[in-house]
Design a protein around this ligand. Structure first.
Ligand SMILES: C[C@H](NC(=O)[C@@H](N)CCCCN)C(=O)O
Length: 470
């Protein structure tokens, strides 16, 4: 007699959490790579002649293909069609390929006249060849990392829906933030020992390990699918999953509440991830610190977020209040950016900077912990991959344009400074205008958060309700 299966790996907490750790470890190394150059802006300006606008353009290039080639939209459709495990491998490969190209662009070999050097320096000469190659690599890496983000989100919903969903998402984000902390500590240290190439080289190697981790996850996911299929065949699984159709995407784009969440997401994240790229330079300038000191100080930002995000996830699973948390998170962000922008130099002490960084970390827990687990409440599971990819796509437009805007604002509000730095003078940029721009994004996000709460009250999506079904 064939034994009937009544449970799946999803019902074993050990299997569930192991799947989460496998997915999150790849995101840990991916987030390390995203910010591997972030603490090195000053070093890159002297070694590779990357001015703030060049640095901003390289930072923004991560999102270029996602936005303009609509890669993220395709990534979501591909994910909904080929499933989590295959999409995870595709994204892992893309990250490794892109990172390797970026590594080549900043390498001593390339910059000493290696393959492609003459070509990449023969056009648009105001933008260094090293930065052009770095942009190409980072844009390919960006396709991989964003596809990985969407895939991991859908993967977590697959394992944790109706269980500890927000806690699991919070933990995944916490592990990713730990990657940001690690890179802000490690990257300047490695760069001091072996130059920028060593930092990016180690980052690339770690991504290879991340790809292997996705490979291990593949087998967990396969087993779960086989068990779920067997349950369906035996008639134990009531909710037969409907097939995804492209026309289903219309329901996402026409949902007002979904678009408000996407708007809030792009505004909030535009004042966080791009800020991470400029924060070290801002702290160096405002507190007269070295790169290494400023980078260490800023590393407390992801640490705060890392500790709080899973706790808030647990709270949302059990008590709800996601919409209210979005409002509070946006408000705290405005306060912190205004402190960076407007505190007079004599009052901007180490303690003030540290407090603002930690409070910003709290804001960076409140919004992600409540935003991402709210998405499954707004759309059908069969379009969930596409829904995450559309939100990420809209978010990527902001993440791509904001570093370019900030780099430009920094250069324009500090006329002559780039030239003085290039001439070896010990002058600093003034970051007031860029920080006011970040605060402005926060104000717009807060207004949308108020609107979202009102919409939820009217339409009853249950954003304020707990996730755990008792
Ligand atoms: C979960 C969320 N992830 C994102 O927003 C992704 N689009 C990744 C962005 C990474 C920065 N380039 C998060 O990390 O809060």
């Amino acid at each position: 007699m064939v034994e009937k299966i009544h449970t799946t790996l999803r019902d074993s907490s050990v299997a569930r959490w192991t799947a989460l750790i496998l997915l999150a470890s790849t995101m840990f190394v991916a987030y390390m790579f995203i910010d591997v150059l972030a603490p090195l802006s000053t070093m890159l300006e002297t070694s590779l002649k990357w001015t703030p606008d060049t640095f901003g353009a390289v930072a923004g290039s991560e999102y270029f293909l996602n936005v303009f080639a609509f890669f993220l939209i395709f990534a979501g459709i591909i994910l909904d069609r080929i499933g989590v495990r295959r999409a995870a491998l595709v994204s892992g490969f893309l990250m490794v390929i892109g990172a390797s190209i970026k590594l080549y662009g900043i390498s001593d070999y390339f910059n000493a006249g290696g393959f492609g050097y003459d070509f990449f320096n023969s056009f648009w000469t105001g933008f260094p060849g090293s930065a052009k190659v770095a942009c190409i690599g980072f844009a390919i890496f960006g396709c991989g990392v964003e596809m990985a983000g969407v895939t991991v989100s859908k993967g977590i919903v697959k394992w944790f829906a109706g269980k500890e969903l927000a806690l699991a998402m919070g933990l995944e984000m916490a592990i990713a933030r730990l990657g940001v902390f690690a890179v802000f500590r490690l990257s300047p240290f490695l760069a001091e020992k072996g130059g920028v190439t060593l930092s990016v080289g180690v980052g690339t190697l770690l991504l290879l390990i991340g790809l292997l981790t996705f490979g291990v996850y593949f087998f967990f996911d396969k087993k779960l699918d086989a068990q779920t299929e067997a349950l369906r065949a035996a008639g134990d699984e009531t909710s037969q999953e409907e097939e995804f159709r492209i026309s289903d995407l219309k329901t996402i784009f026409t949902s007002k509440t979904f678009m408000v969440v996407a708007g809030l997401c792009v505004l909030f994240y535009s004042a966080i991830f791009p800020f991470q790229k400029f924060a070290t330079g801002m702290l160096e300038s405002r507190l007269g610190m070295t790169t290494s000191e400023a980078s260490s100080l800023f590393s407390y930002f992801p640490i705060g977020a890392m500790i709080l995000t899973p706790l808030l996830g647990w709270f949302i699973d059990n008590k709800g209040k996601a919409a209210s948390m979005l409002m509070l998170g946006s408000l705290l962000m405005i306060v912190c950016h205004l402190i960076f922008a407007l505190t007079p130099t004599e009052s901007f002490t180490f303690a003030i900077a540290l407090t603002a960084i930690i409070v910003l970390g709290v804001s960076f827990s409140l919004v992600p912990a409540s935003l991402w687990p709210s998405v499954p409440k707004l759309v059908d599971n069969k379009v969930l991959g596409s829904a995450y990819s559309i939100i990420f796509w809209i978010q990527n437009i902001g993440l791509m344009l904001t570093p370019i805007l900030i780099g430009w604002a920094l250069k324009s509000s500090n006329p002559g400074i780039a030239e003085q730095i290039a001439a070896g003078e010990a002058v600093k940029y003034n970051y007031t205008v860029p920080m006011l721009i970040f605060a402005g994004f926060g104000v717009a996000a807060l207004l949308l958060a108020f609107y979202l709460k009102a919409l939820d009250k009217k339409k009853g999506f249950g954003l304020e309700l707990p996730n755990i079904v008792k």
